[in-house]
Write a protein that binds this ligand. Structure first.
Ligand code: FAD
Length: 592
């Protein structure tokens, strides 16, 4: 079949290949930022199985920033406690929701539900979704990318029918999963490492047992042959998985009777009963990450760039960082507001993070599955002293992904290194997640910084500048000057964070921090400082308020020359303070 000749017009600013959770999130994020995007998915309907069913705190923050978190939460259970047993002995439960995020409780749903919710959200935001077509090739040019498409058969994504056609876009996003054709066409394939002698067997079914079936708990059992989890699945079901030594286990999907028998043995509950099975499956393991996440105008997101191990439920969750992080960059560049450095930083940040996560998951997997008497004895002793041993066994104390950071990114610039020593708390540096803190609005209402970091005033990919007075009123003129100096980049929204009282409000947002909670959260003691925060809530720049030239140079580097007209209009675009209360800290507050 001969494809039609290449054409001059662009069929979409961005084409996304693949409508799994990460492709759909990319579509939601781009549409949220007003970008014209087209998603091509070969399947005519989403896969019906639960697969990834959890949403950790940090991905929830990112999903809230693009306005889709609340819809996902409507069809999710909220997990607050993780119970762990090590060879039959109960370890102190982990209060997993007890983290510094508005979204502490972990959401548990099912990937099928997550995908259909995201598809609805993407369509509602104006993204175009074309099902039943697959990408078969791509060709990059200096100003765009051509992709070749074929229509798939009614029941089979391998079979294609009819002539191929070509579409042209400015940027292409490969979200086409673990066997990514886009990755392969970019020459970014990698040899995954296979982990021998172990297998995952799992079932989604109705559960009755003598422990709690409340849908706000997770249960983990480390037993001599491996690791078992009991997790809620949306609709009143539980997933039971057994990641274990495969010796003597048939290489096929398990039966319900087999799953019930092993579940009774591992949990020590002879009454445990499974019924109404929705999905019985088995799998083996391989892992790895691509050396790069971008080439020219083509980017990888989600499983297209990495094969993740089932350790700590991180795979899909890591993909949400890709989707949200790429979308605001593309939106800025397509709007002519960002230099090439913005796009180049995606590969540095997300590629580096996936390789770090891969190593963490390998540790977690080995601790969970490849154990022996010696390792168990050491873990048993450690469990008596370390309350969070359960999460440490998973290879990290931060399953909630709140410490994901990009210190080596070309977007991270830090000029406040010296201030750390003056304050009690280690300050969050450039590249780290900007923390939340309670502050007070001018009319006395309580709010939090988050309500003023995540796009509350209409430019959904906008940046926020926190101007801290260092708890000294005389810093105010310097802060005003620094803010005036960058007024030409009018998508940077200034937020004064002041311990001192302000005389005449001049229309900018003033967040009162009399008791210094926000100053402390950012490690700012008695020196006035400027902290620039990206649309995804990572700190981009920290600098002293008396060096506004540093901030200006940063803006020039990343955003290019300022818009002279915008300088005059900047105040209008930033708008007045919005009526936000801390109770409204859902995406409604974060994502306007
Ligand atoms: C049993 C199991 C349990 C898991 N549990 C968890 C968990 O608890 N937590 C977690 O975070 N992760 C978990 N994961 C991982 C998670 O499922 C993946 O990380 C997630 O699916 C990745 O989403 P994605 O959108 O990147 O890719 P995919 O979901 O693989 O979607 C890719 C899409 O691209 C389409 N596609 C492929 N090629 C083309 C083409 N040429 N043209 C058009 N379309 C194409 C495919 O049809 C597919 O719909 C689990 C995985 C499995 C298998």
């Amino acid at each position: 079949m001969t494809p039609e000749p290449h054409h001059d017009r662009f069929d979409a600013d961005v084409i996304i290949v693949g409508g799994g959770p990460i492709g759909l999130t990319t579509a939601c994020a781009l549409a949220h930022h007003g970008i014209d995007c087209l998603l091509i998915e070969q399947r005519r309907a989403p896969k019906p199985w639960s697969r990834a069913n959890n949403l950790w705190a940090r991905p929830q923050e990112l999903l809230a920033a693009i306005g889709v978190r609340d819809a996902l939460a409507e069809k999710s259970y909220r997990i607050t406690q993780v119970n762990t047993l090590l060879n039959g002995r109960m370890i102190d439960p982990v209060e997993i929701a007890d983290v510094p995020s508005p979204f502490g409780p972990v959401l548990y749903s099912g990937q099928d539900v997550i995908e259909s919710t995201l598809a609805e959200q993407a369509a509602a935001k104006g993204a175009r979704i074309e099902r039943g077509s697959k990408i078969t090739g791509l060709e990059q040019q200096t100003d765009g990318v051509f992709v070749t498409l074929a229509t798939v058969g009614e029941d089979d994504t391998q079979e294609t029918t009819g002539p191929e056609r070509t579409l042209r876009c400015r940027y292409l996003v490969g979200a086409d999963g673990a066997k990514s054709l886009v990755r392969s066409l970019l020459g970014l394939d990698f040899e995954p490492q296979r982990l021998p002698n172990c297998m995952n067997r799992q079932v989604d079914a109705k559960l009755s047992w003598r422990r709690s079936t409340d849908f706000d708990h997770l249960w983990f059992f480390y037993y001599p042959r491996g690791f078992c989890g009991v997790l809620p699945v949306w609709g009143g079901y539980h997933r039971l998985f057994f990641l274990a030594d495969d010796t003597g286990i048939p290489d096929r999907d398990p039966t319900l009777d087999e799953m019930q028998a092993i579940a009774r043995e591992v949990t020590g509950d002879e009454t445990l009963t499974l019924s109404d099975p929705q999905w019985l499956t088995h799998s083996r393991f391989q892992h790895g990450a691509a050396a790069h996440y971008a080439k020219g105008r083509v980017f990888l997101v989600g499983d297209a760039g990495h094969l993740s191990l089932p350790a700590g439920g991180q795979g899909m969750n890591a993909g949400f960082h890709d989707a949200v992080g790429l979308a605001w960059r593309l939106a800025m560049v397509l709007d002519g507001k960002g230099t090439a450095t913005l796009l180049e930083s995606y590969d540095v940040e997300r590629g580096g993070e996936h390789r770090r996560l891969d190593a963490q998951q390998l540790r977690g997997f080995q601790n969970s599955v490849y154990r022996g008497r010696l390792k168990d004895a050491a873990m048993d002793v450690a469990a008596r002293f370390l309350p969070n041993i359960g999460t440490l066994i998973q290879g990290t104390g931060d399953l909630q992904q709140l410490t994901v950071r990009y210190p080596d990114s070309p977007l991270s610039e830090d000029h406040l290194g010296g201030l750390g020593g003056l304050v009690q708390r280690r300050p969050p540096k450039a590249g780290e997640r900007a923390p939340d803190a309670a502050v007070i609005l001018g009319d006395g209402r309580s709010t939090t910084l988050f309500a003023y970091l995540y796009n509350p005033d209409g430019i959904s990919w906008g940046w926020s500048l926190l101007a801290f007075d260092g708890r000294h009123g005389e810093a105010l003129p310097r802060l005003r000057q620094a803010i005036a100096d960058i007024a030409g980049w009018n998508w940077i929204r200034p937020r004064y964070v002041l311990a001192a009282a302000i005389g005449e409000p001049d229309g900018d947002i003033v967040l009162s921090d009399l008791d210094g909670e926000a100053h402390a959260a950012y490690g700012i003691a008695d020196t006035a400082a400027l902290v620039l925060v990206r649309p995804d809530g990572h700190i981009a720049f920290r600098g002293p308020a008396d060096r506004p030239d540093l901030l200006r140079a940063y803006c020039e580097k990343l955003f290019g020359a300022e818009d002279p007209q915008a300088a005059g209009l900047a105040r209008k675009a930033c708008g007045p303070a919005l009526p936000v209360s801390p109770l409204e800290l859902s995406e409604g507050a974060l994502a306007r």
